[in-house]
Design a protein around this ligand. Structure first.
Ligand code: FEO
Length: 174
């Protein structure tokens, strides 16, 4: 059985992951409006990933006989000042998420909940990867500056992200 404090924290984390998914979808809409299908596709893939993170936690709670609460998620932003501003916001979001996972891990440790700690290990590794990939893109945007050709090349490169739909805003397989 999950302790109530852990149950509450896991439900909050599930909400954070679903909210992140929605925020990335809002970012995809911005990229699509800017005629950048590769960036949009990258954001859609990221949005999909966040949903899988939420479901991974949800599955874990069910496996431990926990009570899952699906709380409401805020309306995401769809307007940004620039491509760079989108990735800066995305990095900020991932840093907050890392902090939230760290706090959850610390709570599980304080309460001697070894199974939750083991489950969260995957999330700790994933956060390192996610922050790194966003920092890499921000670095490339820095190099490209206002060079439109460089931005289009980057757009093409990001469109090739595995796990993405390969299309700007796609509804997936029919
Ligand atoms: Fe679910 Fe972006 O971390």
């Amino acid at each position: 059985m999950l302790k109530p404090e852990i149950e509450l924290a896991l439900n909050k984390q599930i909400n954070l992951e679903f909210s992140a998914s929605y925020i990335y979808l809002g970012m995809a809409l911005y990229m699509d409006a800017e005629h950048l299908p590769g960036f949009a596709s990258w954001m859609v893939a990221q949005s999909d990933e966040e949903r899988t993170h939420a479901r991974r936690l949800l599955r874990y709670m069910l496996d431990r006989n926990g009570n899952v609460e699906l709380n409401s998620i805020p309306k995401p932003k769809v307007e940004y000042d620039s491509i760079k501003a989108v990735f800066e916001a995305s990095l900020e979001q991932e840093k907050n998420n890392t902090e939230s996972i760290n706090n959850l891990y610390a709570l599980a440790s304080d309460l001697n909940d070894y199974a939750t700690q083991a489950h969260l290990k995957w999330f700790l590794d994933e956060q390192v990867e996610e922050e790194k990939s966003i920092i890499d893109i921000l670095g490339r945007l820095e190099i490209a500056e206002d060079d439109k050709t460089a931005i289009l090349i980057l757009d093409q490169a990001l469109g090739g992200r595995s796990g993405g739909s390969g299309d700007a805003i796609s509804i997936g397989e029919e």
